[in-house]
Structures are given as structure tokens and as C-alpha cells.
Design a protein around this ligand. Structure first.
Ligand code: ATP
Length: 235
């Protein structure tokens, strides 16, 4: 579904991504592990078209994304849910969610159906629909951010550190919801520092260090890998 071949991304003279090659198959939940600054967000921004690769190919369902506008990439089914949620805090929960359906604005009926699906996934958001998004708890705001991304009807959903800053119990629920979104048919690429919880729900994982992919493996191999346990799990 998604294929990156030898992708480089630079910020001026600084090479933030070097020679990245990875794949995500339809239906998979793939985790990208890496410390702060490893390049996870840059990789997501490269796929989303927010930064342009200096070299290499990014393809989604065979179509080259490199030179496409970010809005066209969303319309083609690749949707990013940014780190830090980036909600419109003064606007209501409902308005934030509706904003996610903007690329499909001509299909009002489809957007209404999708909104119902999102509210079925996050019932609490129906109760909070008319409240300003900024007044919600951290976990609820993350639900709005994921719900807004789902309103864009992703076939590939990229989640950047969704558990950041959330209480442990809320993190657990968040990972269960991500697993459910994947089970319902959306392919997921998840960047996380919370390695153990992320690997528990993943099919496969890649590890990033200093802008390079240094390891790849399926869930079992990664959870059993001593290097991974030492560096990312701590047990
Ligand atoms: P975090 O979880 O902290 O966001 P990350 O793994 O997502 O970390 P990136 O944000 O992709 O890492 O950053 C990768 C590297 O690129 C870092 O060294 C960072 O300082 C640098 N970088 C990121 N954005 C820019 C930018 N706009 N201009 C210059 N350097 C940048």
C-alpha cells in the first residue's frame, strides 16, 4: 500500500532522513519506534507532503506522492493525525470533527454517515459536541484529533505520538481504540515512544535512530529482541 524507497529529507544543510526504505501493507498496523528527534515526525510530514524529499520515491497504491500537494495526498487516502493534536480550541468538538470532512465536502451524506461512525467509536464526543474542544480533558482532545482525521476517510492513518502526555489508564484505552480502528479496516502507521504498548497492538515495527531505519521485525521478534527491550522497553 505504502512504499518508500531511499528517501532523504533535509532541513537546509541538515539531513533529517537518510535513505529510508519501508513498506506498509494493506490492513497492517505498523509501529515506528524512536527516541525524540529520531525523525519520526519528519517521516510522517514527508509522506503527507508537508516537507518534500530531496531524494527517493514515496508511493501510495502505486501512485507517486513526492510532487503532490498535501491536500491531494489527503484526498487520495493518506491522513496524518499530528503530534500535539493541533485542534481549534475555541471551536466546538462538532466543528473540529466537521473540519476533517472538508476534503469530502461535496459528499454531505457521506460526511454525515462518517460523523456517526466517529461518534460510535468515541461516544463521549457526542455528549461534548457543543463544548469548545479546548475545554476537554487531554484524552478526550486526542479522541477529537483522531476523530477529525477519521472524518477525512483515511485508508492509511498516520498517528504521531497519540499517547503523549496522557495518564496511563487513558493511554491503555487509546491503544485499544487504535487497534479497533485497524480491525475495522483502516491501515495504521503509528509513531510512538511508548514502545511496549505500541508493539502489543502492532503487526510489525521499524526502529529509527538519527534519521535512519536501523531495525525492522514483526511483533514477536521485536518484543523478544533484547536490544529493543533495553533501549525502548526497559525490562
Ligand atoms: P519528536 O518526537 O521529538 O517530534 P521525531 O522523531 O519526530 O521527534 P523530528 O521532529 O522528525 O523527530 O526531528 C528530526 C530531526 O530534525 C531533529 O534533529 C530535529 O531537530 C530536526 N528538525 C525537525 N524539524 C526541523 C525544522 N523545521 N528545521 C530544522 N530542523 C528540524
Amino acid at each position: 500500500m505504502l512504499q518508500l524507497d531511499n528517501v532523504d529529507v533535509c532541513y537546509g544543510s541538515f539531513k533529517a532522513l537518510s535513505n529510508i526504505s519501508l513498506t506498509v501493507e494493506t490492513g497492517e498496523l505498523v509501529v515506528l519506534l524512536g527516541a525524540n528527534g529520531a525523525g519520526k515526525t519528519t517521516l510522517f510530514n514527508g509522506i503527507s507532503g508537508l516537507v518534500k524529499p530531496e531524494a527517493g520515491d514515496i508511493r501510495f497504491e502505486g501512485k507517486k506522492l513526492n510532487d503532490m500537494k498535501a491536500s491531494a495526498i489527503v484526498a487520495s487516502g493518506v491522513v496524518q493525525c499530528a503530534e500535539g493534536r493541533k485542534l481549534f480550541p475555541q471551536m466546538t468538538v462538532h466543528q473540529n470533527l466537521v473540519m476533517g470532512g472538508y476534503v469530502h465536502r461535496r459528499d454531505r451524506q457521506g460526511n454525515r454517515k462518517r460523523l456517526n461512525d466517529v461518534l460510535a467509536l468515541f461516544p463521549i464526543l457526542a455528549d461534548k459536541a457543543e463544548q469548545p474542544a479546548g475545554s476537554l480533558s487531554g484524552g478526550q482532545q486526542q479522541m477529537v484529533a483522531i476523530g477529525r482525521a477519521l472524518m477525512s476517510r483515511p485508508r492509511l492513518l498516520m498517528l504521531d505520538e497519540p499517547s503523549l502526555g496522557l495518564a496511563p489508564l487513558v493511554v491503555k484505552q487509546m491503544f485499544e481504540t487504535i487497534k479497533q480502528i485497524n480491525s475495522l479496516g483502516t491501515t495504521v502507521l503509528l509513531a510512538e515512544q511508548n514502545a511496549y504498548a505500541a508493539l502489543k497492538i502492532a503487526h510489525r515495527a521499524y526502529v529509527m535512530e538519527n534519521g535512519r531505519l536501523v531495525m525492522e521485525g514483526d511483533q514477536e521478534a521485536m518484543l523478544g529482541n533484547e536490544q529493543i527491550r533495553k533501549a525502548y522497553i526497559g525490562a
